[in-house]
Design a protein around this ligand. Structure first.
Ligand SMILES: Nc1ncnc2c1ncn2[C@@H]1O[C@H](COP(=O)(O)OP(=O)(O)OP(=O)(O)O)[C@@H](O)[C@H]1O
Ligand SMILES: O=C(O)[C@@H](O)C(=O)CO
Length: 416
């Protein structure tokens, strides 16, 4: 294995794996830290953790265990992948995990770059934009677990680490890899261990990839991975187009715990012509709806039925105020995870999951050791094969076309 990646959630990890696979690296996504060595032909390994919203000390421990496993697979460079909207709180977990990885790798010049222009995330003057709005006005300020209320990534990261945070602006980035490398060195010499790097176009990310090829640790969104496969070009053995996707037939069910604006629109659209079941926080907490009931209702409802708890920010805020954020998340994620297990046991062969935390809970419950990366459904969302008879799609909250669920099923079935 050449490149070792640690993703702080499952959808984000499949987003990263998608980018690396498209770049020509034989890439596998692992569910947590594997117990066994990787297959010999894997060139990039992505260890998916559910560490974005857990206690910082646990996120650090899991990330260090992932790093250890990746080191044992022979990786030469390591990538800590977080969300392109920098999802974190003032306590973490990006800062604490990056600090621990940096210390373990003795890394002292570390880029911080969540940009993903393909989905509208750009960093300019150290500030993160989602399309034409600042992060803190993009809807992310209402995120149920990691409300992003400050668009200045330098300032937000500085709250999570005692290390100094510097910046490389577009004036260097636009001048290409050599200028970026010089600017990184200047910031490093000025005493900054972390360096937020502006990027507004894919071309910027390609140059950033070249400029960072000798750094032991890179941190960022999946966008940065656009530039990494080229650094290994002469050593890659994987066929450029990767193995063909084996079309998956059989029943498909969608589960959505994502409350993002994008997912809510996708849910609303899907509801107009497919069977749909809404789950409230109260349903999950009180046990009024159990996994047994929900799975049989979904199976009765049939192909492309959807169960969702996706709700607008006011509803989420009320549930969290009434019952506690953790309690609600645990109850809903547990309900979706147990429902998914029952669905698969009953013969469902395609599961579409919306939301990173929700996907993490479901995939941990299904526990496939490794996920093979298939074709891209929408930017940042690949088809995944968990088993011979089970295909998954893990959709990040903010990603996907308006008809995402229908489109995902079509692509899993071998369509376009
Ligand atoms: N109706 C609801 N009320 C309160 N909390 C909810 C509700 N529905 C979902 N949640 C919780 O909100 C969180 C949503 O996080 P999740 O990561 O699944 O989606 P997301 O943040 O939109 O996706 P991503 O992280 O990929 O951007 C989960 O913990 C989920 O259980
Ligand atoms: O970077 C993103 O936006 C996604 O890969 C993600 O991490 C969402 O959970």
């Amino acid at each position: 294995m050449l490149l070792g990646c640690i993703g702080d959630d499952f959808t984000g990890s499949s987003d990263l794996a998608n980018t690396l696979a498209k770049g020509g690296m034989k890439t596998v996504q692992y569910t947590g830290v594997p117990n066994n060595p990787a297959a010999a032909d894997v060139e990039a390994g992505v260890v998916a953790l559910k560490s974005r919203s857990i206690e910082p000390v646990d996120a650090v421990a899991q990330s260090l265990a992932a790093l250890e496993w990746l080191k044992n697979q022979g990786c030469e460079q390591f990538f800590f992948k977080y969300c392109s909207t920098f999802d974190s709180t003032p306590d973490g977990n990006i800062g604490p995990v990056a600090d621990a990885l940096a210390d373990a790798l003795d890394a002292h010049k570390i880029i911080v770059c969540p940009a993903f222009p393909g989905t509208g995330r750009a960093i300019f003057q150290g500030h993160l934009f989602v399309n034409d709005t600042l992060l803190s006005e993009s809807g992310m300020e209402h995120h149920p677990l990691t409300p992003m209320t400050d668009p200045d990534i330098r300032r937000w990261l500085a709250r999570q680490t005692s290390q100094s945070v510097g910046h490389v602006s577009t004036s260097s980035v636009f001048d290409g890899a050599a200028a970026i490398a010089d600017a990184l060195e200047r910031e490093h010499s000025a005493g900054h261990r972390y360096i937020v790097v502006d990027a507004i176009r894919d071309a910027d990310l390609i140059e950033i990839g070249k400029a960072t090829q000798d750094l032991p640790l890179i941190t960022g969104g999946s966008g940065v991975a656009l530039g990494l496969p080229a650094n290994y070009a002469d050593r890659l053995k994987a066929p450029k187009n990767g193995p063909a996707w084996r079309a998956q037939d059989g029943p498909c069910i969608a589960l959505s715990g994502s409350c993002s604006q994008t997912t809510r629109s996708q849910v609303d659209k899907h509801k107009t012509n497919h069977p749909s079941i809404e789950i409230t926080a109260e349903d999950a907490l009180s046990g009024t709806v159990t996994a047994e009931q929900l799975s049989s209702q979904l199976l009765d409802a049939g192909h492309l039925a959807l169960a969702y708890s996706s709700a607008d920010p006011a509803v989420v805020a009320r549930a969290q105020a009434d019952y506690g954020r953790e309690n609600v998340a645990t109850a809903l994620e547990g309900l979706f995870a147990n429902t998914a297990k029952r669905l698969v046991a009953s013969g469902v062969t395609k599961l579409l999951i919306a939301g990173g935390e929700t996907s993490g809970a479901v995939v941990e419950a299904l526990h496939p050791e490794a996920l093979e990366i298939g074709p891209e459904i929408d930017p940042g969302v690949p088809a995944l094969r968990a088993r011979d008879d089970l295909a998954l799609v893990l959709k990040s909250g903010n990603f996907g076309a308006p008809d995402f669920f229908v489109k995902a099923n079509r692509i899993l079935e071998g369509g376009s």
